[in-house]
Design a protein around this ligand. Structure first.
Ligand code: SF4
Length: 312
């Protein structure tokens, strides 16, 4: 469910050379700083998963050097098989009841201002993992009362009563990615649908949550189709939007239809702002959690504007 699940070999990576040469504006940096290795060791020690690693995210060197990571809960095996995503599909293990404690411990140690947590889809669970989410949020908020917490969740198959369990735990940002335009949704996210995702976002918005969504570009959508989605999101009142380039993880995944030029990203950002979405992050290497660690002040402002309880 996360658009971070895109693979791009980093410069100096031992992985085979990409089959298609990326344009010069898509470059990743080899992780080499001590902070990166310290964070990696901590993730391993606490037996956690991150979408940064599971997806071989091209930004890992940059993000982890700032201690910005996206923990992935409910295991590392997903029940869905989205055609853009590099996370393993299969039959997952039961949810680990100790995982929320370890997530809270990790984030308590890191002393961050903001973080994003995501999950694999768990269509095998009766509540799609909602109760596990709620416990994770509660534990993290208790361990890190001054940190703003963003949760990037699945679609709960459109069952809003399960989204409510997560919303009741009061994450500071409720994020769910539409990923692509309606016409391509079934092709890109085989078991998901645009109306279902829209419904979950709309529900969170109506409940007064700070909401966020993201789209990948370069999957075959037209710019008019993107603009139409942006107008719709503005009408919905979504607070934060990310736009980034789709990069195929392998030959088995959907091919890149085209590279969207940075100037097009900038134009779409302008369009989204003019349509009424105030907070837009748009660029080739943007992922839904990319530079989210710099959004703590924004999230506090948005919560205050909605009359939500302040983060202490
Ligand atoms: S962009 Fe997101 S997934 Fe990628 S390394 Fe940064 S925090 Fe992790």
């Amino acid at each position: 469910m996360s658009d971070e699940r895109l693979h791009l070999p980093v410069l100096g990576d031992a992985a085979p050379a990409p089959r298609r040469r990326h344009p010069e504006w898509i470059r990743a940096v080899l992780p080499s700083k001590p902070e990166y290795f310290e964070l990696r060791a901590m993730v391993k020690e606490l037996q956690l998963h991150t979408v940064c690693e599971s997806a071989s995210c091209p930004n890992i060197g940059e993000c982890w050097t700032r201690r910005a990571l996206t923990i992935m809960i409910l295991g590392d095996i997903c029940t869905r098989s989205c055609r853009f995503c590099d996370v393993t599909t299969g039959r997952p293990l039961p949810a680990d009841p100790d995982e929320p404690r370890r997530v809270a411990e990790m984030l308590g140690r890191l002393n961050l201002e903001h973080t994003v947590i995501t999950c694999v889809d768990r269509d095998d669970l009766a509540d799609f993992g909602a109760a596990h989410w709620a416990e994770t949020i509660q534990r993290v908020k208790a361990a890190c009362p001054a940190m703003t917490l963003e949760v990037l969740v699945g679609d709960f198959k459109g069952r809003t009563e399960h989204a409510d369990i997560v919303l009741d735990a009061d994450p500071d940002v409720f994020a769910h990615n539409l990923e692509t335009v309606p016409r391509l949704s079934r092709q890109v996210r085989v078991q998901a649908s645009y109306p279902r995702s829209y419904k979950i976002l709309e529900h969170a918005r109506k409940r007064g949550a700070v909401t966020k969504t993201g789209l990948m570009l370069g999957l075959g959508e037209t710019l008019d189709e993107v603009r139409e989605v942006l107008r719709e999101l503005a009408g919905l009142g979504v607070d934060i939007l990310t736009l980034g380039q789709y990069l195929a993880p392998s030959k088995q995944h959907l091919p890149i239809d085209r590279y969207v030029h940075p100037t097009e990203f900038a134009e779409l950002e302008q369009f989204a702002r003019a349509a009424g979405i105030t907070h837009v992050v748009s660029g080739p290497l943007v992922r839904s959690s990319y530079h989210a660690d710099g959004q703590a002040a924004l999230v506090r402002e948005l919560r205050a504007a909605k009359g939500l309880a302040p983060v202490t």
